[in-house]
Design a protein around this ligand. Structure first.
Ligand code: UT7
Length: 332
């Protein structure tokens, strides 16, 4: 019998502390008006000193596990997408999350695909579940990105926020609950446009690195913006055509939340109604790998997403990486 992978549940967590545009006005030369006009962001969340990326992932995962109604022993693997891991080399954030949740003796590892991480994870889960290797996977996109943001760089510090999102992807025989199709890709040619240059093997941690502020995220925002709009648009056209679908067949358009102007440009080019487009950018900013699952959960928790609804996910990020996914919501 054919089996499908199904997005069975979703969960998210946003730290309590709010960093508003007004707060940022006191830190760098910027204004609430500029940030709102150029990005659509009003505020973002910042994790506390005691919270690390794994803690944000654990909070989101607990909700996803509960909503899926499965036992910890039924989870066959834990995979985390993050660009702000608890530890730079090891252990993986997924390992830390597994331990904190009490999940034992199953695979746990991280992937690195920046903001596209969660869609990459769906792709991986689909393959692992449809091949019948595993039945239930816990996937997480979590970021304490504030640890890698330079709060002296107004071009980046206004954009990013912390958060976590998680999902249980499970085996099903019902095509009406299935992840229908995913397209993910990358092009390393543009790696330098959005990069954390130091702290890795190329430019290891040193006093000199810290003096150069090389441990922080750098972005050529305007160039990234233009490529993001084009890629996010083409991506969706491709996956819709391949599946003989059009914008009107989609119940929820859920784009990566990087900038309201990017989302609007893509939405209008593709002809999605505003009411079908999920937006969290105003309250969370860009939470990188957590952006898409947090947006799905926001729509689910407010009662917008129902079982069987067709979601179109669309993401773009550092690498460059990008991807789109057609997903029927498989939960209750
Ligand atoms: O998640 C991964 C993908 N990331 C993205 O997709 C982000 C893509 N990029 C962006 O969202 C936008 O490019 C930004 C929001 C980062 C910047 O907006 P922009 O409209 O592209 O502005 P810009 O970089 O072209 O800068 C315009 C002006 C410059 O001043 P001059 O040279 O015109 O005098 C900047 O120095 O705005 C200035 N500026 C600021 N002014 C006030 C840049 N940042 C700020 C700021 N506050 N925070």
């Amino acid at each position: 019998m054919r089996v499908y992978a199904s997005l069975k549940s979703i969960g998210s967590y946003a730290p309590e502390k709010i960093l508003s545009n007004k707060d940022l006005e006191k830190m760098v030369q910027t204004s609430d008006e500029w940030i709102q006009k150029r990005t659509g962001i009003l505020e973002r969340r910042i994790a506390s000193k005691d919270e690390s990326t794994s803690d944000l992932g654990v909070r989101a995962a607990k909700i996803a596990i509960k909503r899926a109604g499965i036992k910890l022993e039924e989870i066959d693997g834990v995979i985390c997408a993050t660009l702000s891991p608890d530890y730079m080399t090891m252990p993986s954030t997924a390992s830390v999350i597994s331990h904190k949740l009490g999940i034992k003796n199953v695979m746990a590892f991280d992937i690195s695909a920046a903001c596209s991480g969660f869609v990459y994870l769906l792709n991986l889960s689909k393959a692992l579940i449809e091949s019948k290797m595993y039945k239930n996977l816990l996937i997480i996109g979590a970021e304490k990105i504030s640890s890698f943001v330079d709060y002296e760089d107004r071009a980046t510090c206004i954009l990013f926020g912390d958060g976590g999102g998680a999902a249980i992807v499970s085996q099903t025989t019902d095509p009406n609950k299935a992840i229908l199709d995913i397209n993910v890709s990358a092009d390393g040619e543009y790696g330098d446009l959005l990069i954390t240059p130091g702290g890795g093997s190329k430019d290891p941690c040193s006093l000199n690195l810290i003096e150069r502020r090389g441990q922080f995220i750098k972005m050529s925002g305007n160039e990234v913006f233009k490529i993001a709009v084009k890629t996010l648009t083409n991506d969706v056209i491709e996956i819709l055509e391949k599946n003989n679908l059009s914008a009107k067949d989609i119940d929820h358009f859920i784009p990566h939340q990087a900038n309201y102007r990017i989302i609007e440009a893509v939405r209008m080019k593709l002809g999605f109604e505003e009411s079908k487009t999920v937006l969290t950018i105003h309250k969370y900013g860009n939470t990188s790998a957590a952006s898409i699952p947090m947006a799905i959960d926001d729509a689910y928790s407010s009662g917008r997403i129902k079982k069987g609804d067709l979601m179109l996910l669309d993401t773009f990020g550092g690498g460059f990486t990008w991807g789109s996914a057609l997903v029927r919501f498989g939960g209750d």
